[in-house]
Design a protein around this ligand. Sequence first.
Ligand code: GLY
Length: 379
Amino acid sequence: MSILENPTLETVPVTLGTRSYNILIGRGVLAEAGPRIAALFPKARVAIITDTHVEGLHAAALETTLADAGVASTRIIIPAGEPSKSYAGFVHVCDSLLAARIERGDVVLALGGGVVGDLAGFAAASLRRGVAFVQCPTSLLAQVDSSVGGKTGINSSHGKNLIGAFHQPALVLADTALLDTLPMREFRAGYAEVVKYGLIDNPDFFNWCEANATRIFGPGPERDYAVAVSCRAKAAIVARDEREEGDRALLNLGHTFGHALERIVAYDGARLVHGEAVAIGLALAYRFSHYLGHCPGQDATRVSMHLQTLGLPTRLQDVPGGCGTTAGLVEAMAQDKKVVRGSLTFILAHGIGRSFIAKGVEVAQVEAFLDAEFAAQSA
Ligand code: GLY
C-alpha cells in the first residue's frame, strides 16, 4: 500500500471547485509531507516558513521527509510571536522568498501556529501574484481554525488582520502528535475554538466534549476525533461561504467580545491569549443571548461550567489586570469596525448548538448587559 493511502489518517475535504483541497489529520502525518507534496507538485521547491520556537522542534523532521522524497527545500525563520504578523515581517518573508528564487510553480509551506500560517499564507498569495501554499499547523488553534479556510494576513496599527487576502492552501497536514509538546496554556486556549464548533450548530459534539474533554488533552484517539470534527465543521461552512458574505460569520461566535478584550489588554499574550479571549467571549455570548431572552439560562450556565472545568476563563474579572469599563469595551468593539450606526452584529444563540447571526443589536443593550456583568462580579 502506498503511503498516500494511509488508513490511519482522517481525510477532510474542503470543497471549493478548482481550489478544493484535503486536510489530513493524524499522528505522524508530518512525516508524509515529502511524498504528498511531491505527488501534488512534481519538481517544485518548497520554502518552509517557520518561527524561532517551532524551528528547533519540527523543522529537521520536515526537511528529512522532503529530502527523502527528492523535494528541495529552503528554510525561512521569523521571530516567534504576534509582532511578526506585521509589514516588517511580510517584507522579510517576501524578500527571503525572492532571494531563495521561489518561482510560480514552487510551494510556500507554513510550519507553525496561527501567526506563521497567516503571514506565510499572505506572502504566498502575494509572491509573483500567487504561489501554491501548504499548511502544517503545529498548535491546536491552528489545526482546528486558522490553517483551514484560506484567511491570510497581517496586522496594522489600526487593528488585527486588516491587511490580507483569501488564499486557500493546496493541502493541510495536521499532525496531532505535534500537540504533545504544546504548553498546557496554549492547548487549553485552542480548545476554546474546538468547543465553539459544538456551540455553533452541533449539540451532540458539545455533549461529547463535556464527556471527553480531558481525553482530548491527551494523546489518544479523542484528540484526533475532536480535530477532525472541528475541521469538518469549518470545511462545511467555508464551502458554502468562502468569503464571509453570510454563514461564515458564525465562526466568529465568541469573537466580538473576545476581540474587544484582546484590544483592551493591547494584545498582551502574557495577560490574555486569543483562545482565552474567545473562551470569555463564548461565555459572554451565551449570557448575552440569555439576557436578551433568546437562550435558556441553564444553557448559558452549561457553557461557562464546561469552560471553567477545563481551567478556561469565562468572566470579565478573569482578565488579569482587569478589563476596564463598559464604555472601554464598547469603544473597543467600535474600533473593531463592528458598530454600524449605533448597532452591532453579534453571533448569538437560541441554545447549545443553535447559534445565529443577530444584526442590529443596539449598543445600549450591550452596555446594559456589560454593566450587569461588571455589577455581578463586584457583588
Ligand atoms: N477564524 C474565522 C474564519 O476563518 O472565518
